[in-house]
Design a protein around this ligand. Structure first.
Ligand code: GGG
Length: 358
């Protein structure tokens, strides 16, 4: 007898277009569950958003971990509403808490040229750009170590430290090398800025060199972040797995999908590879206040995140089926959204993906 496949997920829509694309991600998840014979129990939470902050003066309740419990995964929308809450408060009060508390030390983000997506690089053909960006997700430049002295005076001083531990760097590099090893290209690129940032970045380079010895089949190269961003724009098809620190990985993983047409389709997984806590899946895009409330946001980033989440949960066939449905919808201008020169609104696009699922 096979074990029942029942999963519990925390659903946190967040702010702005997060609340509009989340229902489409759920629609597709529910359809996939019914087609592929598993169940998804949803536990919705109204915190980790700026509305919650407006009512309670903090982004999450003090007992947020108890309220979340032990789900199999967290499905997240977007955070940020700068008119109400400064961005650094909303981010540190929500997403960064999850990443640290659940030790989601890998942020995995694909950049792939999809069929039909209008992109300056589309002439290269679908599949020609197909990379994974592996971003260190729990330390690095995103640290709260530092301080502010003499605020508001002419003597004002601000200091913020970058934190890199050997343990933290090695574990994300190991994940990236393993990923590179599993792929046909077996090519890993590491991004630093070791000439200018002369303590932490050379350390990262040293760890790459050390780790590479254990992966002789993986072609490894190192770039400075400035020339790498130029190469992403000019020759993105040269890259396969790209690994970088928290800040550089954040930048590259917006730039990569933008090179393939739009950041609106890009998903991400905040992954705890050791499975000592839940992983969190969310679109790369933020809450987009400029288009929030208009019903025109692209739901594909949220839906693709659902596909990544299902693969992480072991529902690989269902995850792949969602990807096929996404490709079908993106190829049709009537079904894709305006950021992709399409005609559909958020709901029409989401329903089309659910209908295309088989
Ligand atoms: N869904 C992604 C999101 O809401 N991002 C907001 C943001 O500012 N993220 C910064 C980060 O991912 O470190």
């Amino acid at each position: 007898m096979t074990a029942p496949r029942n999963y519990t997920i925390s659903v946190i829509p967040g702010d702005g277009i997060g609340t509009e694309v989340m229902p489409e991600g759920i629609r597709v998840l529910e359809k996939a569950a019914s087609l592929y014979g598993f169940t998804i129990e949803q536990q919705w939470h109204d915190f980790a958003c700026c509305d919650y902050y407006a009512k309670h003066g903090q982004m999450m309740p003090d007992d947020w971990k108890a309220r979340i419990g032990s789900p199999d995964a967290i499905f997240f929308g977007a955070v940020g509403w700068p008119d109400t809450v400064p961005d650094h408060i909303s981010l540190w009060g929500s997403l960064l808490q999850f990443r640290r508390e659940y030790d989601q030390y890998v942020n995995l983000r694909p950049a792939r040229l999809m069929p039909g997506v209008p992109s300056p690089l589309a002439g290269r053909g679908p599949g020609s750009i197909d990379m994974w960006i592996v971003r260190e997700n729990t330390e690095g430049e995103y640290s709260s170590v530092g301080g502010r002295m003499y605020p508001g005076t002419k003597r004002e001083i601000v200091i913020q430290e970058t934190v890199m531990s050997r343990h933290g760097v090695d574990r994300v590099l190991r994940y990236a090398f393993d990923l590179a090893q599993s792929r046909d290209a077996r090519h890993l690129t590491s991004a630093t800025k070791s000439n200018g940032i002369a303590i932490t970045m050379p350390f990262w380079d040293e760890r790459v060199e050390e780790m590479a010895k254990a992966y002789p089949e993986v072609r490894t190269d190192k770039y400075h972040i400035d020339i790498l961003t130029a190469q992403f724009v000019m020759n993105p098809d040269r890259f396969d797995v790209v690994v970088a620190s928290n800040l550089f990985g954040d930048i590259l993983s917006d730039l990569g999908p933008a090179c393939t047409g739009t950041i609106g389709v890009a998903p991400s997984g905040n992954i705890n590879p050791d499975r000592t806590g839940p992983s969190l899946f969310e679109p790369v895009h933020g809450s987009a206040p400029d288009i929030a409330g208009k019903g025109i946001a692209n739901p594909i980033g949220q839906i693709w995140s659902a596909s990544m989440m299902l693969e992480h949960l072991g529902e690989v066939e269902a995850g792949k089926a969602i990807m096929r449905a996404i490709e079908t919808v993106l190829a049709d201008p009537k079904l894709r959204t305006a950021d992709l020169k399409g005609e559909a609104d958020t709901v029409t696009c989401g329903k089309a993906v659910a209908d295309a699922l088989s």
